[in-house]
Design a protein around this ligand. Structure first.
Ligand code: C5P
Length: 312
């Protein structure tokens, strides 16, 4: 009897920015406790998973050449972790994965984490698993600190390593311009630089996240703009001093405020509305301070099936 091959499944998954990122001191396991507010943005990757006799990983789009296709890729680790969790083995796990990248690599927008989250969601549909998003989030947390958020999307408060999440009410669509830098930045290096800066002195720390939660509930971008803050920004700027110029250029172009996203080097600029974002993007693109710019809005949902039989 011929085995029935399930159709491929495609998942769209958002990038994230950190509206607020408060980093604690280094823990014994090398991680830092943090309090962060994530927002998922409409800049996305698409991940297709298909059953195959010949497993493989293809990468297309933004930064494709610098994405490893070996077992180091977080998407492969997602396949392995999910298979182990549900007790699948051998030929049952053979998949071909295609990553179509819109999210820059090592940009502070959690692109690799997004691909891992999308792989978990795609395989759950391909393998017809009866598994909840919360159960997937438990697996996601073993893959990386930002992977659970990519599953849920929206706007959320993250604690622990960033993997413990509670949704935050966000009453408005916020409009952003993203400035991509020439090269990525290594996340562990940026955390290490922050530890070094803190050992040398006491760089200012962002305050409480409560006012940010209130601004999100009010939906007023002007109120939110005053509160964007990231403890990793000083470290990212220390390693990539040109970011100072990029941040200034965005505000000069008419953005309400700018911040380095996560460990950088992508800068995110909050704008008054969609029209203003297009104007800021055009002016920033001409300022010669970054490789390229994109407009995006948030919040948007987390990883969702968009193709295949199980599309909503
Ligand atoms: O969890 P993830 O693999 O994304 O983290 C990458 C690196 O970023 C960690 O190895 C660690 O150096 C740093 N990190 C941290 N504290 C966090 C999250 C990440 O120090 N809360």
């Amino acid at each position: 009897m011929l085995a029935v091959v399930p159709p491929p499944v495609t998942v769209r998954v958002p990038s994230k920015i950190n509206l607020h990122l408060s980093v604690g001191d280094a823990r014994d396991d090398g991680y830092h406790d943090l309090t962060t507010i994530f927002q998922a943005l409409s800049l996305t990757d698409e991940v297709t998973v298909a059953a195959t006799e010949e497993p493989g990983l293809e990468v297309h789009g933004e930064g494709a050449k610098s994405v490893p296709t070996s077992e180091d890729n977080l998407a492969w680790r997602a396949v392995q972790a999910l298979a182990e969790h549900v007790g699948r083995s051998g030929d049952e796990n053979k998949v071909h994965i295609v990553l179509r990248k819109g999210i820059p690599v090592a940009g502070g927008l959690a692109g690799g984490s997004a691909d891992a989250a999308a792989t978990l969601v795609g395989l759950s549909a391909l393998w017809r698993l009866d598994i909840s998003r919360d159960e997937l989030a438990g697996i996601a947390a073993t893959l990386g600190s930002d992977v659970p958020f990519a599953l849920y999307g929206g706007t959320a408060l993250g604690t622990g390593r960033g993997e413990q999440l509670v949704p935050v009410l966000s009453r408005h669509v916020f409009h952003w311009v993203l400035a991509f830098d020439q090269r990525g930045l290594s996340t562990p290096r940026v955390y290490g630089e922050l530890d070094r800066l803190r050992a040398d002195g006491d760089p200012p720390r962002v305050g409480s996240h409560d006012p940010v939660v209130e601004a999100l509930a009010s939906g007023d971008p002007r109120q939110l703009a005053l509160l964007l803050g990231n403890d990793l920004q000083a470290a990212a700027v220390s390693l990539r001093p040109g970011l100072r110029r990029t941040l200034r250029a965005g505000v000069n172009a008419g953005a309400l405020a700018g911040t380095v996203s996560g460990s950088g080097p992508t800068c995110a600029f909050l704008c008054e509305d969609a029209e203003s974002a297009l104007e800021v993007a055009a002016e920033l693109a001409g300022a010669g301070v970054c490789r390229t710019v994109r407009v995006a809005h948030g919040p948007v949902p987390g990883a969702r099936v968009v193709g295949g039989e199980d599309a909503p």
